[in-house]
Design a protein around this ligand. Structure first.
Ligand SMILES: [Zn+2]
Length: 205
C-alpha cells in the first residue's frame, strides 16, 4: 500500500463564462475513489483515507485543515448554517465533532459517502452560478446542469439515494468562499427574487 502526502487544499480562481469568479477545489485524490476506511494515525491523529480506485487500493493522508473544511462543509449543508469545527475524533463508528455551537456525531457511512463526493467536485470541475433563489451547478466535463435549492438538489443522487450530492457540496463551498455560511443563509437575504431571474441565470450557463 502506498501512502501519499497531500497538501492543504489549493484553490485557483477561474473566470466564468459570464465574468463571475468561481473557486475550483482540488480533488483529494486525482481519480474516482471508493473509501474503505478512515482512521486517525499517530499521536497527531492525522486522518488517513484508505480507498479503492480502478487501479487498486491506495491510501492518502489528509491535512487537518482539509479535513476540518470537509466537516464544516458537511455540517453547513445538513444544518443550513455555518458553524466552525474546533476539534474532531475519528472513532470506530464515525466522527465526533466539537463545534462552537455544540457536539455532533456523523456515522461512518455518511462521512465516507461525503468524502467520495467531495472528491468528485474537484474531478468533475463543477462550476457554480448563483441565481436569486438557488444555485445552478454545471459539470464542466459532461456539460450537465443541476439545480440546488433549500430543499436539496434535483439530481439522482439526492432523489434516489437521499445523500448529500456533489452539487450541494460544490454550491456550499462556493458560498463559503463568497462569505455566506450556507445556501440557506444566502437565500434568506434574497427573499422576493422573481422566478424569471432564475431561468435567466440557467439560460446563461
Ligand atoms: Zn445533486
Amino acid at each position: 500500500m502506498r501512502h501519499a502526502a497531500i497538501a492543504p487544499r489549493e484553490e485557483k480562481k477561474a473566470l466564468g463564462a459570464e465574468g463571475n469568479l468561481f473557486p475550483q477545489i482540488k480533488a483529494i485524490v486525482p481519480k474516482e475513489i471508493k473509501i474503505e476506511k478512515l482512521e486517525a494515525i499517530g499521536a497527531g491523529k492525522i486522518p488517513l483515507l484508505v480507498y479503492a480506485t480502478p487501479k487498486g487500493r491506495c491510501s492518502t493522508f489528509l491535512s487537518k485543515a482539509l479535513f476540518l473544511t470537509c466537516l464544516e462543509s458537511f455540517l453547513a449543508i445538513k444544518q443550513q448554517k455555518f458553524c466552525k469545527v474546533t476539534g474532531y475524533e475519528i472513532r470506530d463508528l464515525g466522527v465526533a465533532m466539537e463545534t462552537e455551537t455544540g457536539k455532533y456525531f456523523v456515522v461512518y457511512s455518511e462521512i465516507k459517502s461525503f468524502l467520495e463526493r467531495y472528491n468528485r467536485v474537484g474531478l468533475d470541475g463543477l462550476e457554480v452560478e448563483l441565481t436569486g433563489i438557488s444555485a445552478v451547478v454545471r459539470n464542466g466535463i459532461k456539460g450537465t446542469v443541476t439545480e440546488v435549492d433549500k430543499f436539496g438538489c434535483n439530481c439522482a443522487d439526492t432523489i434516489y439515494r437521499r445523500t448529500i450530492c456533489k452539487h450541494q457540496i460544490a454550491a456550499g463551498l462556493h458560498l463559503t468562499k463568497l462569505g455566506f455560511g450556507s445556501l440557506g443563509e444566502y437565500l434568506k437575504g434574497r427573499e422576493g427574487t422573481k422566478w424569471e431571474d432564475k431561468f435567466l441565470a440557467i439560460k446563461n450557463c
